[in-house]
Design a protein around this ligand. Structure first.
Ligand code: PBG
Length: 335
């Protein structure tokens, strides 16, 4: 970065370019548009069902027909991608998460319904990890001690990825943090002729306290014993995040994600500067809940705060952001 040698005051007055709206517009370095947003949606069984999620005020689970309606709203507002997460019925959860491999599971039905209704007007990103399907709430297979097994889990994740790709998923997004899964999934996609199915790797995903409302949404909070610290990253680490990203890129990730979002903007900008690849950030459920709590407490104006936080991701070098505020923000930007 080149910095010009500053002229001394008063030759230089940095407030000069801020004095009017037209000048602030002229000098604006980053712009947020609806095309920067990926909208996460929670799918539930049934027809005509909307289930509000109390810890995520303003966000609901929708049955497949409702998901299609949301997809059409997203298209109308210029949101390019939806991210889907299933709330699997308790009787379909098991120790090994086998429901993830069912070609007729909730996720696959939602993917097909969106693709039937909207085609390539919108992309569908699907989460690869077993936590919405396991009876223990961990993202993979566990041994007797509860340790999440790496290589055995990767095998299942490959099957899950192929299952989603066959249903029409456009972007496979592994959020499980197993070692070696990107390369194995990539090989399998190539072998099955899914050449244009992208992989957006949750490359730097931290063992965070900000995922609570999400676990309510997919129904895994009550099931999960312990934590995910043996696979998700230590919040203290930054260098390790760069290694995670390097590995996933070498294995064939098309883009990488940093998660959570705002507390980890330092990671996002470092990944962008070091690798120059498309970087995405996930403004996760706990971050959404914090904003909504601040609004409910009268501490902030929702619209301004939402747009400011989303713009921060652009400033940090992100190509886009997964946010539960996507539709609201897109409407504000299109107004
Ligand atoms: C799990 C997964 C999580 C999220 C996305 N995928 C939670 C977790 O790791 O326990 C969190 C998203 C959010 O909090 O909004 N595979």
């Amino acid at each position: 970065m080149t910095q010009t040698i500053p002229a001394p005051f008063p030759a230089l007055r940095l407030r000069r370019t801020r004095a009017t709206g037209w000048s602030r517009a002229l000098h604006r370095e980053n712009i947020l548009t609806p095309a920067d947003m990926i909208w996460p949606l929670f799918v539930t069984e049934g027809a005509g069902v909307e289930e509000p999620i109390p810890s995520l005020p303003g966000v609901s689970r929708w049955s497949v027909d409702g998901i299609v309606a949301r997809a059409k709203e997203a298209v109308a507002q210029g949101i390019p991608v939806l991210a889907l997460f299933p709330n699997t019925q308790p009787e379909r959860r098991s120790e090994d998460g086998a429901e993830a491999l069912n070609p007729d599971n909730l996720m696959c039905r939602a993917i097909r319904a969106i693709k039937d209704a909207c085609g390539d007007d919108i992309g569908v990103l699907t989460d690869v990890a077993l936590d919405p399907y396991t009876s223990h709430g961990q993202d993979g297979l566990i041994d007797d001690a509860g340790y999440v097994l790496n290589d055995a889990t990767v095998e299942v994740l490959v099957g899950q990825s192929l299952n989603q790709a066959a249903a029409g998923a456009d972007i496979i997004a592994p959020s499980d943090m197993m070692d070696g899964r990107i390369g194995t999934i990539r090989q399998a996609l190539e072998a099955e002729s899914h050449h244009n199915v992208q992989i957006m790797s949750y490359a730097a995903k931290y063992a965070s306290a900000f995922y609570g409302p999400f676990r309510d949404a997919v129904g895994s909070r009550g099931l999960l014993k312990g934590n995910k610290k043996t696979y998700q990253m230590d919040p203290a680490n930054a260098e390790e995040a760069l290694r995670e990203v390097a590995v996933d890129l070498a294995e064939g990730a098309d883009s990488v994600m940093v998660k959570p979002g705002l507390p980890y903007l330092d990671i996002a900008i470092r990944v962008k500067q070091q690798f120059g690849v498309p970087v995405f950030a996930y403004q996760v459920s706990g971050e959404y809940a914090m904003i909504e709590a601040a609004v409910a407490a009268g501490a902030a104006d929702r619209d301004t705060m939402v747009l400011e936080t989303l713009l921060a991701f652009k400033r940090a070098g992100c190509s886009g952001v997964l946010t539960y505020h996507a539709l609201h923000a897109a409407r504000l930007l299109n107004a």
